[in-house]
Structures are given as C-alpha cells and as structure tokens.
Design a protein around this ligand. Sequence first.
Ligand SMILES: C[S@@+](CC[C@H](N)C(=O)[O-])C[C@H]1O[C@@H](n2cnc3c(N)ncnc32)[C@H](O)[C@@H]1O
Length: 292
Amino acid sequence: MIDFQTDIPAAAIMHSKRDSLLKRLHSATVSPAACARKWQGQYWQTHGDERSVSCATCRRFDAVKQRCTIPFGTPLRKCVVSSLEAHFHDCHGEDVLEIGFGRFKLARNLVTRSGGRWTGIDPQQPASRPARLGTGGHGLANVLPFENQTFDRVFGVQSIEHWGQRAGGLREPARYEDCLQEIARVTKPGGKIYFDAPIHFHGNEMFIVGDVQRVRSLFENAYWENVHIERWRENSAPLLRYVPSDKEFKDWPVEIVSYPADQVEEIRENGVVWLLVVTATRTSTSTSTTIN
Ligand SMILES: C[S@@+](CC[C@H](N)C(=O)[O-])C[C@H]1O[C@@H](n2cnc3c(N)ncnc32)[C@H](O)[C@@H]1O
C-alpha cells in the first residue's frame, strides 16, 4: 500500500547488492528493438515549449500495480533508465561519444547493440589511458581529444551537473560555455546531443536551484537548434515525491553563490527531485571560424 502523504528522502534509498545485480542484468540484456517498441511515438506531454513525462503516463508505469516497472535504482535512476531507453535505441551507423561514463553501461550497450560505435571519456580514467575512438579513456568535457566533426551524437548521463561543480575540489570547475563549444566542435553538422541531470540534488548551482532557463540558455546560440527540455518525474503522482537529501545539503552553501537564501530555503523545504533532459541538434551552418 502506498502512503501518498510521505515523501522519500534521497538518502533513504539503499544501494543493495540485489539492486546493483538487477541494474547490471538490465544493462547486459537490454534490447534496442524492445525499447523502440515501448517508446515509439510521443511519450511526453507538451507544456509551452517544454516536455513533461509524469509517472502516471510514463510507459514504464504499471497502472495496475501502481509502480514503476524498473526493478532497481533510486526514483531518479529509474527515470534515467527510462529516458535512455527512449533516446538511445537507434544509433545505427553512428559514432557516439559519452562524456563522464563512470561505470554505468546501459547507454553504451544500447549504442553498440543498435549498430553504433561507442567512445567514452571520463576524468576518473587514468591519464595513462588516453581517449581513443571506439573505447573509453581519460578526458574532460572542456578539452575533448578528438578531431572536429567526429561524432554523430554526444551525450552524458548525470554528468553535466558536475562539470562546473565547485564542491569536492577534485578539479577547477569548468566553464559551461567552454565545454559546449568543445562539444559543438566535435559534433558533426546535424548531429545530436543529449544530457540528463538531477534537479534540486547536487552539482553546479543552476541544477540545484532548478534554473531551467539558465540551462537552456547554454544551448541558445549559433551551434544548436531544436533545443528540447524534458522534465521526468517532476509530477510523480501517484508515486511518492522524491525529496532533496540531507547528505547533499552540506555542499549547497559551497555551490550556490548566485541565488537568494530564501529561494534556496524554499527548495530545501519543499523541492522535489526530478530529472532534466536536454536534447539539441548541431546546426549545419558553419561556425567553424570560432572553433579551432
Ligand atoms: C555521477 S557520475 C555519473 C557516471 C555515469 N554516467 C552514471 O550515470 O552512473 C558523474 C561522472 O561525470 C564525470 N565528470 C565529472 N566532471 C567531469 C568533466 N569536467 N568532464 C567529463 N566528465 C566529468 C565523473 O568523473 C563521473 O564519472
């Protein structure tokens, strides 16, 4: 029985052994053809110039059992899985770059199984393992070690919010303008990009406060067209709201420098964690004069 009044704190979701086995099993056995059938056509509702995927109408929602059919992961990870199934089931003939691939293989398996070639970069890979086409290696979003116009698709899964992160001190926060110019440089004209990130959770301040217009403005320039924002699980009814976690709060004062304290307090008290997905197409008009 679902308690509709209670929220789920992010910190309360356990990453059990069973959970991680189920996650790996799903990635290992995922079928692009089955995903294509499940996600064909319009799976979102349109609100103004944005798209919203609410739990009640999500194709991964079981209306009889009143639950999400993805049997592992936090509520946010379930949305990530759904969104990847919807966006990556057909990469036939494409060269695809994943930025910040970590250890999660679902997107990589969808790319390769649907006929694409996957390449990945991540700063956590050893520097002795340089990035190379067709495999994973060391790299950063703001210095992509690839030729101009190499990729048909560039994407990141829960990675973009960390590029300009201040807390943690692993490296200097990158400038989003530099990262997106690099991504524009390595993307072929007409190529596609996809980035997803949690809202009201962690990473750069614009994602924590949910400043969607600021995120969108990163893509409103000569490099990109057909920019779309998708909001997954912002409306979670009849499932529980997923709320910001105490564990993440400690970094908020370090990250958030441009927004008033009362706005941040309101998010802390009443915010709902949801998944933002931004997609766009690389313009065909040449902007190569500004790209080295
Ligand atoms: C939360 S993890 C997500 C990993 C994986 N994509 C997933 O969904 O499980 C964030 C990833 O972004 C990478 N990352 C952080 N800053 C980056 C940067 N400036 N450029 C590229 N990747 C970065 C991290 O090394 C890490 O692997």
